[in-house]
Design a protein around this ligand. Structure first.
Ligand code: Q9C
Ligand code: ZN
Length: 577
């Protein structure tokens, strides 16, 4: 068992015959550049080469109307003027006399790949095709696409192989609205697409591409749109989208087959996408998908218009399909704010339909996903051992990315301390920054607390609040503060109130020793863990030393960071103070 590469060189014959800056990107060199690079890197030779054949008209009829198929068939006999006139009736489309032949080869290649994977001839594979497919619709060409290769293949897999659940991952940078429309009411196809959207300012400018469009009728929740509202999305944004949107849903869906609408206009340097993801990212995305469906992954080329970036990215994907080690992702793995907002809006829109999104701060559930793979009876599943190895590989891929990905932009200062007076008994590591400063409104916060109004209490409180503000606005990761013993209770109260007034939604507060819960705080989520021990060493809570109180808030950011770097403030009275 290996990796299939399905191709036919005739697919390089269709090309633009007139001047049209919009369409000239989709050129034969796209395929030749990919093939040349696959050859040079020795990857092509490691694949099982399949020569594409034209799909039957019956196959085209799985998605397209007979009238539309007849119309495209008719383009073989048109002259250039007629081709141009017909092309003008569609959005971003050109026809060439060989278009019908190429488009049938593209569908045929995709079906051969699916057949090879589903009959067990190969493990996974790639169909290198032109024209692309994901924009084309029942009776319309659109966005360089003539027949919907991937949608036809999904219908075929259901009809000819009896599959019940197919995942389509569309990582092309354009919304595959054609695929969405074919399956919008079909719960057997989970369609995920991310796309440059910019609040509908980007082509194809459809309201249908937004995150709150989730499918219709029985198919609600099986259309998943992740619109990017800014250009420049990179590795961290893509990985975060997989870990926090696609994979939780995909594990829960438990597909029998994964089809990738593999467009590489989502990669760096592509003129259409304007994104930043490096070619290595596509190896990681591929690996992450290989844990699903027993590794039955079929990738089908869609867009990708920067020849160098395109061919590098395809090589990375093929390496992953072949099972080669994945080169590490470089650069800071910090998703941008706009990406987090997009991710959060899909999660909110999809939450009614998916258990995995209903748990707060949920991250992909590895155990359940890999379990259901083994547990579900299916004649199609490969041998147990092989599957377990594949799952183990994917799990390790996943956890290493989780380790790398930090959803909290890392603070400039890791830990800071506010200590007055600097207790000589307290020996802190040298990399802890000593903060001195005060908050303007310190006095206002003392109002309900008599103990804080005295001068000797005011200065420490000002320092604690100064430190807290730095933590709350992300300049400092965590902090340590010392307070005079008589004011510790009141200071805790002020710290909680100030955190809440900064918009913190969830706050985890651990108190050790005789500290009172602030009396008029809302009751929701309050859990008291009783402990007879006043001394922290005897509470049985590891890592908590006596007399220290900690507050952890994980809420200012839209998502809980999987590597758990929630901002944290530890307060305590210093020995002797
Ligand atoms: N001025 C694929 O990537 N661009 N198709 C329209 C409008 C059309 C992309 C620009 C892009 C089609 C498969
Ligand atoms: Zn595209």
């Amino acid at each position: 068992m290996g990796t299939a590469l399905v191709y036919h060189e005739d697919m390089t014959t269709a090309r633009l015959l007139w001047d049209d800056p919009e369409c000239e990107l989709e050129c034969p060199e796209r395929l030749t550049a990919i093939l040349e690079r696959l050859q040079q890197s020795g990857l092509q030779q490691r694949c099982q080469r399949l020569v594409a054949q034209e799909a039957s008209e019956a196959a085209l009829g799985l998605v397209h109307s007979p009238e539309y198929v007849g119309l495209v068939r008719g383009t073989q006999a048109l002259d250039t003027g007629e081709l141009q006139a017909l092309s003008g009736q569609y959005d971003a489309v050109y026809f060439h006399p060989s278009t019908f032949h190429c488009a049938r080869l593209a569908v045929g290649a995709t079906l051969q790949l699916v057949d090879a994977v589903l009959t067990g001839t190969v493990h996974n594979g790639l169909a290198l095709v032109r024209p692309p497919g994901h924009h084309s619709q029942r009776a319309a060409a659109n966005g360089f696409c003539v027949f919907n290769n991937v949608a036809i293949a999904a219908k075929h897999a259901k009809q000819k192989h009896g599959l019940c659940r197919i995942l389509i991952v569309d990582w092309d940078i354009h919304h595959g609205q054609g695929i969405q429309y074919v399956f919008e009411d079909d719960p057997s196809i989970l369609y995920f697409s991310w796309h440059r959207y910019e609040h509908a300012q980007f082509w194809p400018h459809l309201r249908d591409s937004d995150a709150d469009v989730v499918g219709q009728g029985q198919g609600r929740g099986f259309t998943v749109n992740l619109p990017w509202n800014q250009v420049g999305m990179g590795n961290a944004d893509y990985v975060a989208a997989f870990l926090h949107v696609l994979l939780p849903l995909a594990f829960e869906f438990d597909p029998e087959l994964v089809l990738i609408s593999a467009g590489f206009d989502s990669a760096i340097r592509d003129p259409e996408g304007q994104m930043q993801a490096t070619p290595e990212c596509f190896a990681h995305l591929t690996r992450l998908l290989q844990v699903l469906a027993g590794g039955r992954v079929c990738a089908v080329l869609e867009g990708g218009y920067h020849l160098e970036s395109l061919s590098q990215s395809v090589c990375m994907m093929v390496q992953a399909l072949l099972g080669d080690p994945t080169p590490p992702l470089s650069g800071p793995m910090v998703p941008c704010q706009s990406a987090l907002e997009s991710i959060q809006s899909v999660r909110a829109a999809q939450a009614p339909y998916w258990k995995s999104l209903q748990l707060q701060g949920a991250t992909p559930r590895l155990s359940s996903g890999t379990h259901s793979l083994e547990g579900r009876p299916s004649t199609l599943l490969p041998a147990g051992l092989e599957l377990k190895t594949a799952a183990a590989h994917a799990v390790s891929a996943l956890s290493s990315l989780l380790d790398q990905l930090c959803l909290h932009p890392r603070s400039a200062v890791h830990t800071a301390a506010a200590l007055t007076p600097l207790d000589a008994a307290l020996v802190l590591p040298p990399d802890i920054l000593h903060l001195e400063g005060s908050t303007q409104e310190t006095q206002a916060w003392t109002r309900p607390h008599e103990s804080l109004t005295q001068d000797q209490a005011l200065t420490p409180l000002g320092q604690v609040l100064y430190l807290l503000d730095k933590i709350l606005d992300g300049q400092v990761g965590s902090g340590i503060a010392a307070t005079p013993a008589p004011t510790l209770n009141a200071t805790l109260d002020v710290v909680i109130r100030r955190s809440l007034s900064h918009g913190t939604q969830r706050l985890f507060c651990v108190t050790m020793g005789q500290l009172d819960r602030p009396p008029d705080l809302a009751n929701d989520g309050y859990v008291q863990i009783q402990s007879s021990a006043v001394d922290g060493h005897r509470t049985g809570i590891p890592g908590v030393a006596g007399g220290v109180c900690g507050c952890t808030s994980g809420a200012r950011r839209p998502l809980l960071c999987p590597c758990s770097r929630s901002p944290c403030l530890c307060m305590g009275q210093l020995a002797g103070s």
